[in-house]
Design a protein around this ligand. Structure first.
Ligand code: FAD
Length: 452
């Protein structure tokens, strides 16, 4: 229990900040969460669009969770959400309009390591040379582990070194790399990609399963987590912008916000690195700030498509991306449309590493609508709206700065970091955000035990 200690302030109520706050409350800490936006969830939350004057709830970006998101699923359960109730679990299936189809088998443990191999043997539209090349790569990864991949290597270099055929790279490895790391293979970190393949495709039974929320992202964690925190007397201040974090007179920290100054024994900064640099501008030296300013970012566009007529769309399908032909859509996800609204079919199309398109949002939405109609053989959507997040994730390059939850400890005792960019074994994802938040909370709790 907290024995009258000053509170821990968590800045940012994205999935990282929420994970940290829940863990701190569980440890008996008194917690204040401040969040600049009117709602929690950060980059993974619901958003309302207007189609034909009627509101349609979608997400700010179409997301995919997978069965390997161990800590995210545990956090959902912790705040009272049953993942089985709020998300559909679909066995990993890759299919594309070109006729390619690969579905992992669903053998339970201890046979699950065979699931991908069986999927490859029964795949359609994939030459045997490509199947053997994939099996070679995966068995080498299984033998040697991701750490055997040189830290400075790009995904393209790694795949070339493993004699992966060009057609296989174009059709499978590149879309998987861009989808998982939001970074093109020429620039993406091979070790991180290998880690993702290892944990998803060679992990526990069900690790590669696709998890699709029935409703919005806000329903599956941010909103329930906020209620859970508030019921346990954590203070949550929405629309509260952190301006600066600086040392107080005692061993406390002062968090200046647009509505006043708060004092805390410890602070978790669960915000993107450019915000950390801004918040600590007067606290750290230029040299100490430099790594936070060195990250580069990649955009993601989500094109929301709506049809006035009911359609049978595939739950998840890869699209055939052809940049030269202006076909930028990579994955399509069918979403439930409201029963009573003018839109009867709804889909989110993802364009990761969207900087390569060079298109404005309106033109991109139109191009994706035409691509989907042509490739899936369905009517042209009646509505197409692109939402572009310019700094959707950090660029997952081999040379990106590596910063840990407790990296500030040597200069600033009591300050900790969380965010999808802090858990660098993984690309910037919901799972890395949650793991980083738990790690920050753990350091935070232990720091006080050490000082006591
Ligand atoms: C379009 C898109 C698609 C994606 N697709 C996937 C996917 O399919 N699968 C997947 O796993 N991940 C995906 N991601 C990545 C995932 O959304 C992020 O990794 C995750 O949401 C990051 O959470 P976070 O808590 O680290 O950061 P954020 O979500 O950025 O949270 C930071 C929070 O801090 C707040 N904040 C910032 N500055 C201040 C301040 N000064 N004062 C107070 N509050 C502040 C922000 O408002 C925000 O709420 C996608 C991201 C985008 C944008």
């Amino acid at each position: 229990m907290n024995h009258g200690r000053s509170p821990v302030i968590v800045i940012g109520a994205g999935w990282a900040g929420l994970a940290a706050a829940v863990a701190l409350v569980d440890a008996g800490e008194s917690v204040i969460v401040i969040e600049a936006a009117p709602q929690a969830g950060g980059r993974a939350r619901a958003l309302s669009l207007s189609f034909d004057g009627s509101p349609v709830e979608v997400d700010n970006g179409q997301h995919l969770l997978i069965g390997a998101y161990r800590d995210t699923l545990a956090l959902m359960r912790r705040v009272g959400v049953d993942p089985q109730q709020v998300m559909a679990r679909l066995p990993m299936k890759l299919m594309a309009p070109s006729g390619f189809r690969l579905q992992a088998a669903t053998l339970p443990a201890p046979f699950h390591p065979l699931n991908l191999a069986i999927g490859l043997i029964t795949a359609r539209g994939l030459p045997w040379s490509h199947r053997w090349a994939m099996i070679r790569l995966m068995s080498r990864l299984q033998r040697q582990g991701p750490a055997a991949c040189p830290a400075e290597m790009t995904v393209s270099q790694w795949l070339a070194g493993l004699d992966q055929p060009t057609g296989l790279i174009t059709r499978i490895w590149a879309p998987l790399c861009i989808g998982a790391l939001n970074t093109p293979p020429d620039e993406a970190c091979a070790r991180t990609f290998a880690q993702v393949l290892n944990d998803a495709l060679l992990g526990d039974a069900g690790a590669a399963d696709f998890l699709m929320p029935h409703g919005t992202l806000s329903d599956i964690l941010p909103d329930p987590a906020l209620s859970w925190l508030q019921k346990r007397d954590a203070q949550v201040r929405l629309r509260c912008v952190g301006r600066a974090v600086r040392a107080g007179l005692q061993s406390d920290w002062l968090v200046e916000t647009d509505t006043g100054t708060l004092s805390a024994s410890r602070v978790i900064l669960a915000v993107p690195p450019y915000q950390v640099a801004r918040l600590l501008d007067q606290t750290l030296s230029d040299v100490q700030l430099a790594p936070f300013e060195a990250f580069e970012y990649e955009p993601i566009a989500t094109v929301w498509l709506g049809w006035r007529s009911p359609l049978r769309l595939p739950a998840i399908t890869m699209l055939d991306e052809d940049i030269d032909a202006g076909q930028h859509g990579q994955w399509l996800f069918a979403r439930a449309a409201p029963d009573d609204g003018p839109v009867r079919s709804l889909a989110g199309v993802v364009v990761s590493a969207a900087g390569r398109t060079g298109s404005q949002a309106g033109a991109l939405a139109q191009a994706v609508a035409e691509q989907v109609a042509a490739q899936l053989g369905c009517p042209i959507p009646d509505h197409a709206r692109a939402i572009v997040d310019k700094r959707a994730t950090i660029r997952c390059s081999p040379g990106r700065p590596r910063i840990d939850a407790d990296s500030l400890a040597p200069h600033c005792q009591g300050l900790f970091l969380a965010g999808d960019w802090v858990w660098h074994a993984y690309p910037a994802t919901i799972e890395s955000a949650v793991r980083s938040g738990l790690a920050a909370a753990d350091h935070c709790i232990r720091s006080l035990t050490v000082r006591n």
